[in-house]
Design a protein around this ligand. Structure first.
Ligand SMILES: [Zn+2]
Length: 391
């Protein structure tokens, strides 16, 4: 039998579960065995023997690794969109451990014929399954639907391992009737769907209004706050009222519409549907700190307690997207971000500091029970840093 890889992280000052109904855990120690969370609690009550890696958190905060629900990867850790290398590594330094593609639409010469788009989706799914940039989990292979696709195409994609659709509306399908037909086929074969909500992002993309979003019925209302041009307020409110789908707020969107979405979701008792993305790489560039910036925005300007805002970018996305990460629960992947109040940032503690609009400092990320980065090169410096003691 191979030795069990056992990670013990002790001396945690604050543990954030990612669970919106119970965001703060009474715990100071978390244990992972072979990449999965095996115990959470007080160190004195847990069996820490046999650790292969021990981390002294030195009192910092531990949360599930952040999830970006909306990115546009192309290949490896390169994006032609802004000619940027290592943008995923930079994003890891912003505390993000899982990325979800909303379509590999920035591939130069992207095929739009049915055989070609299916082939690219399958290839994209494979190359990110086979290669994790800096350890980051990239769920990709998200075809953009085009006219001419038939039910068998969705079965073929699902059989080949495709689990996502790219944003409906970025291809030739721009009507709700066709969109719904194809989204229903996708869902029948276990493929999740999202949609481009709002005005065109860049020359070549188009408007998707609330009527089309509602008729199409995707699993995620992609960038409900626009990417960047948001729908009129009454349509955003209508989507919040009508949709059981995830309400995705992105960094590459309209900040005022983001706050409107949050406030409306709160009034409707639907905060569990709020999830976060960046939409990067996009016209506004790549956003290594995008998810943390959304947490700080929604907390400071939208009045969400910081521990709740972090759930939008962790447990909520995990549940809406049916992931095995993003929640501190036994059996989930040991994907964590360790962070502390930034040096010289106002606030009595990390949570108040975020509520005042400041970013925390990331000190370490962990993916599948292994440290993937230490002190972030991108966030403001944390007051305290976790330390690998053994391993
Ligand atoms: Zn979009």
């Amino acid at each position: 039998m191979p030795e069990t890889e056992k990670l013990v992280i002790r001396n945690i000052g604050l543990m954030l579960s990612g669970l919106i109904e119970d965001p703060i855990l009474e715990a100071d120690c978390i244990i992972a065995e072979n990449g999965k969370i095996s115990a959470i609690g007080r160190e004195k009550d847990l069996n820490t023997d046999g650790a292969t890696t021990t981390v002294d958190a030195h009192g910092v905060t531990l949360a599930p690794g952040l999830i970006d629900s909306h990115i546009h990867p192309v290949v490896g850790d390169y994006t032609p969109r802004q000619q940027q290398l290592h943008w995923i590594d930079s994003t890891l330094h912003g505390g993000v451990t899982t990325l979800i593609s909303a379509g590999e639409v920035h591939m130069p010469g992207r095929p739009r014929d049915v055989v070609g788009l299916k082939a690219m989706a399958i290839a994209s799914q494979r190359w990110y399954e086979n290669f994790r940039p800096s350890g980051v989990k990239v769920h990709a292979g998200a075809p953009v639907i085009e006219h001419g696709m038939v039910e068998q195409d969705f079965k073929d994609l699902a059989d080949a391992g495709v689990k996502l659709l790219g944003e409906v509306g970025l291809g030739t399908v721009k009507d709700g009737t066709t969109g719904k037909q194809m989204v229903d086929w996708a869902r029948k074969y276990g493929i999740q769907s999202t949609i481009h909500t709002g005005g065109p992002s860049i020359p070549g993309s188009g408007l998707v209004d609330a009527d089309m979003v509602l008729e199409t019925g995707t699993d995620v209302v992609g960038h409900i706050n626009g990417g960047h041009s948001a729908l009129p307020d009454d349509q955003i409110i209508c989507l919040c009222e009508s949709c059981k789908a995830a309400l995705e707020i992105v960094h590459n969107g309209n900040e005022r519409a983001a706050i409107l979405t949050l406030n409306t979701a709160r009034e409707l008792g639907k905060l569990d549907q709020v999830i976060l993305g960046t939409d990067g790489p996009a016209g506004s560039g790549v956003q290594p700190l995008g998810i943390l910036r959304m947490v700080a925005l929604l907390s400071s300007m939208g009045g969400a307690p910081a521990e709740q805002a972090i759930c939008f970018g962790t447990g909520n996305t995990s549940r809406q997207r049916k992931l095995d990460t993003g929640r501190l629960e036994v059996g989930m992947c040991a994907d964590f971000v360790l962070m502390d109040q930034a040096q010289h940032a106002p606030g009595k503690d990390i949570l108040e500091s975020i509520q005042l609009g400041n970013l925390p400092g990331v000190g370490m990320t962990v993916i599948d029970g292994k440290a993937t980065s230490q002190r972030s090169r991108n966030t403001p410096p944390a007051q305290r840093l976790p330390e690998i003691i053994v391993g």
